[in-house]
Design a protein. Structure first.
Length: 202
């Protein structure tokens, strides 16, 4: 969704690198149906004994036995459908019940302030779940001029991610069309819960 303006960066610490990678992984799987190579990469992911680690391990296990054609169909049923998919993955919809509402306008204002540009070839509104996850990744790792400090990250997270993403991921877990994406929903929900707690502590 966003154009990366990658300049000279300071190295990220391990925690920041992991956070950035998790946001980018979620964005990758939620933007388009994943291909066979993407499934192979996902199948190699490992987790620990935390709730997030267990969710990642379950996601990897399902990815290992999935094929690209089946996942493309799952993606279509969830997010495209005939007329519309089972879920509408947009912040405005989750926050107001309608598309293209004030949350999208606020996001566009913050994007302009932070130097985040919409890619010309992207058709979806900027408040798509994949887009806001990609933006969070970019803020952490410095895709937009320089890494954002924790206060700036928290401001963006509270307004555009934490305000609705956990509800979306919970719905994704429970969606009748979800298999691989149900497991991805568990990863997303656990990760957002960790982010919520971490931002209250910083």
């Amino acid at each position: 969704m966003s154009e990366a303006q990658v300049l000279d960066r300071s190295p990220l610490n391990a925690e920041e690198e992991l956070r950035s990678q998790l946001y980018r992984m979620l964005a990758h799987f939620l933007h388009n149906p994943v291909d066979a190579d993407g499934l192979k990469v996902a199948a190699q992911m490992t987790g620990d004994d935390t709730d997030l680690g267990k969710a990642i391990a379950a996601f990897a296990k399902i990815a290992a036995r999935s094929d690209a054609a089946t996942i493309t169909q799952e993606f279509h049923e969830l997010f495209i459908g005939i007329g519309r998919g089972e879920l509408l993955p947009y912040g405005s919809y989750y926050l107001t019940g309608f598309l293209h509402e004030k949350p999208l306008a606020k996001l566009r204002g913050d994007m302009m302030r932070l130097g985040i540009e919409r890619r010309e070839n992207v058709k979806e509104p900027e408040d798509h779940i994949a887009a806001v996850c990609e933006m969070m990744s970019g803020l952490i790792c410095g895709d937009f001029e320089k890494p954002a400090d924790l206060e700036e990250q928290k401001t963006f997270f509270d307004a555009h991610v934490g305000s609705w993403a956990k509800h979306f991921f919970t719905d994704l877990e429970a969606a009748k069309s979800s298999v691989l994406y149900g497991a991805l929903g568990s990863v997303g929900r656990c990760f957002i819960e960790i982010e919520e707690v971490a931002f209250t502590m910083d």
